[in-house]
Design a protein around this ligand. Structure first.
Ligand code: PRP
Ligand code: URA
Ligand code: MG
Length: 209
């Protein structure tokens, strides 16, 4: 069974409060999502392997450590996942970025795939699937399946806000994928929106409502 990591750092929790607030406009919403993504990346990279190296400081020879040659891939789920990419790249600038385009059919709540473009070497990369919202879990699970079908092996899922229903589905369908979230909310309403949530993440990021 995969683990769920709730990233409860005070800075993350503080910023998520303003992301949720309906009075937060598009510009500020986008900036806050970007900042939270950076803070979450700091937490999600805790287990990155290090290797020893020797350097010369101005004073002496020194044994020190660098991140070992592990390659990372970021996979935002379009559209809303795009809002978290730059924030993560600030900490992992060498990561490659693949895109999985999915939208959730408003009637059936089932994901519809419309675009997949991935780095050619995803089988060798540690992949982080990114989407602000994990609601029914259908989109995240479908994205992970699409990646596994193309050979991906090491995956993590990073979301801002999750519903218990979405966590359950991803854990059932992908027990090898750990989930990193800033908050786990109460439930889904009749339209599949997370309560209390933040509304429609894509619309709030891109001002399309
Ligand atoms: O867990 P689920 O029930 O699948 O819902 C979550 C999905 O819904 C939203 O995308 P949406 O379909 O609104 O597309 P968009 O990002 O283009 O707005 C969100 O960004 C997730 O991808
Ligand atoms: O609450 C929700 C659920 C799905 N997608 C969103 O953007 N928000
Ligand atoms: Mg949307």
């Amino acid at each position: 069974m995969s683990q769920v990591h709730v990233l409860d750092h005070p800075l993350i929790q503080h910023k998520v409060t303003f992301i949720r607030d309906k009075n937060t406009g598009t510009k500020e919403f986008r900036e806050l999502v970007d900042e939270v993504a950076t803070l979450m990346a700091y937490e999600i990279t805790r287990d990155m392997p290090l290797e020893d190296t020797t350097i010369e400081t101005p004073v002496a020879t020194c044994q020190s450590r660098v991140i070992s040659g592990k390659k990372v891939g970021l996979i935002p789920i379009l559209r809303a996942g795009l809002g978290m990419v730059d924030g993560i790249l600030k900490l992992i600038p060498a990561a490659k970025v693949g895109h999985v385009g999915l939208y959730r059919d408003p009637e059936t709540l089932k994901p519809v795939e419309y675009y997949v473009k991935l780095p050619s070497d995803i089988t060798e990369r540690d992949l982080i699937v990114i989407d602000p919202m994990l609601a029914t879990g259908g989109s995240a699970s479908a994205a992970i399946t699409a990646l596994k079908n193309r050979g991906a092996k090491n995956l993590k899922l990073m979301c801002l806000i999750a519903a218990p229903e979405g966590i359950k589905l991803v854990q059932e369908e992908h027990p090898d994928v750990d989930i990193y979230v800033a908050a786990v909310d109460q439930y889904l309403n009749d339209h599949g929106y997370i309560v209390p949530g933040l509304g429609d993440a894509g619309d709030r990021l891109f001002g399309t409502k």
